[in-house]
Design a protein. Structure first.
Length: 72
């Protein structure tokens, strides 16, 4: 489990609902990586359209707290 304080500091300025690109910028990865986390590693997203996803801040936090438990 990652440090909850560090995760909270990281996402402090994140909007309540974020785009794939905002999550990618925050984590310094490509948007394709965020989509892979959604598909294969359980990062929850809400589909807003055919190609549009939004990620709730709480779900991003939960994912980051447990991400080191995932085997990648």
């Amino acid at each position: 489990m990652n440090d909850p304080e560090a995760v909270d500091d990281l996402i402090t300025d994140l909007p309540e609902w974020s785009t794939t690109e905002e999550i990618a910028d925050l984590m310094r990865v490509k948007p394709q990586t965020v989509l892979k986390w959604n598909r294969e590693y359980g990062l929850k997203a809400v589909s807003v359209g055919a190609r549009v996803r939004r990620y709730r801040k709480k779900d991003v936090r939960d994912f980051l707290l447990t991400s080191d438990d995932n085997d990648e």
